[in-house]
Ligand binder design. Structure first.
Ligand code: HEC
Length: 95
């Protein structure tokens, strides 16, 4: 019960979504390969900045299911929840 109250309190604080800072933190784990805020500096690596959310979400699903082959990304995509993928999609689309 106490846990539920704390959780609800957090939801209220963050407006029911993810706090911007926690998404920035999640997104920073992508920076090692995709560049800061998704601006890739390598022609080998796709930029994430400015991708349309629907496209981004579809790619993450396809990586996770193995429909789009990419061993590194399959690993990454499978580790995130639906909410996190959606939040990341929104985050990168406006970078
Ligand atoms: C270890 C390196 C690495 C990390 C870390 C990484 N990626 Fe990737 N990502 C790749 C590679 C390589 C590709 C290209 C895959 C391919 O098509 O062969 C890719 C492709 C993608 C694509 C498809 C882009 C397009 O234009 O189709 C998305 C979306 C994506 N990554 C999201 C993410 C997100 C979100 C994170 C962080 C949670 C992340 N990646 C972390 C290596 C990485």
């Amino acid at each position: 019960m106490k846990k539920t109250l704390v959780f609800l309190g957090l939801l209220t604080l963050t407006g029911g979504g993810y706090a911007q800072s926690s998404i920035a933190l999640l997104a920073s784990t992508c920076a090692a390969c995709h560049g800061t805020n998704g601006h890739s500096v390598s022609s080998e690596m796709p930029s994430l900045a400015g991708l349309k959310p629907a496209y981004f979400i579809q790619q993450m699903h396809d990586f996770a299911s193995g429909q789009r082959e990419a061993s590194v990304m399959q690993h990454h995509a499978a580790a995130y929840s639906e909410d996190e993928i959606r939040a990341l999609a929104e985050y990168f689309s406006v970078q």
